[in-house]
Design a protein around this ligand. Structure first.
Ligand SMILES: [Fe+2]
Ligand SMILES: [Fe+2]
Length: 197
């Protein structure tokens, strides 16, 4: 059937959808973290697009943009903090224990730790800015919000590359089955989930 091109709405962009990570993957916590990084990259790509297209300049009216923005806000508020805690409290200390005398790894983990600290410093303004826009209010601290988004997008992109290409492969090689189970159990508890049988 031929559609009337005048009344048809322009084709919409794929919505931002973060797939749920299967709980079973908690038995392979490094792969769980790897899967989380894929979600993080989707968030960063959308924030970057919003920046480039000037979407952060005023409260959105487009339903698709509002939906994507709500996904970003929820991710920053509820998912990023436990992800960072997985790394800071479980993965990094364990990898460090399994890498005695490896100063290069120690240095890399120290840099990534500093970036986690910076994430926590940026999060309040990132979350508040998204909340303002979603509530159709002008962003209260607009300049701080925009510089925070720029900085976050910039650092996260590189941060995830380092974690995926250096830290996770090292952890796959150096951590024992017991380490993996311990980390997986802590990650499950952090999310109020049962460790998968
Ligand atoms: Fe990280
Ligand atoms: Fe990470």
């Amino acid at each position: 059937m031929v559609k009337n091109s005048k009344t048809e709405k322009p084709r919409k962009r794929e919505p931002l959808v973060l797939e749920l990570i299967p709980e079973n993957l908690l038995r392979e916590p490094i792969e769980y973290i790897f899967a989380d990084h894929y979600r993080m990259r989707q968030i960063i790509a959308t924030m970057d697009r919003f920046l480039i297209e000037g979407i952060y300049a005023q409260a959105p009216v487009d339903d698709d943009v509002i939906a994507d923005m709500a996904v970003i806000e929820a991710y920053l508020r509820t998912e990023l903090p436990p992800h960072i805690a997985d790394e800071e409290e479980d993965l990094f200390p364990c990898l460090q224990r399994r890498s005695p005398g490896d100063h290069e790894t120690k240095q890399i983990l120290a840099t990534l730790h500093q970036e986690h600290e910076e994430d926590f410093a940026l999060l309040p303004s990132l979350i508040a800015g998204h909340e303002d826009l979603l509530a159709a209010r002008p962003v209260a601290a607009r300049e701080l919000f925009e510089t925070s988004v720029v900085r976050f997008v910039e650092t996260q992109r590189r941060h995830v590359i380092w974690e995926n290409n250096i830290v996770l492969p090292l952890a796959r090689r150096r951590l024992s089955a017991e380490d993996m189970e311990k980390i997986g159990r802590k990650m499950a508890a952090r999310r109020g989930l049962e460790y998968p049988a």
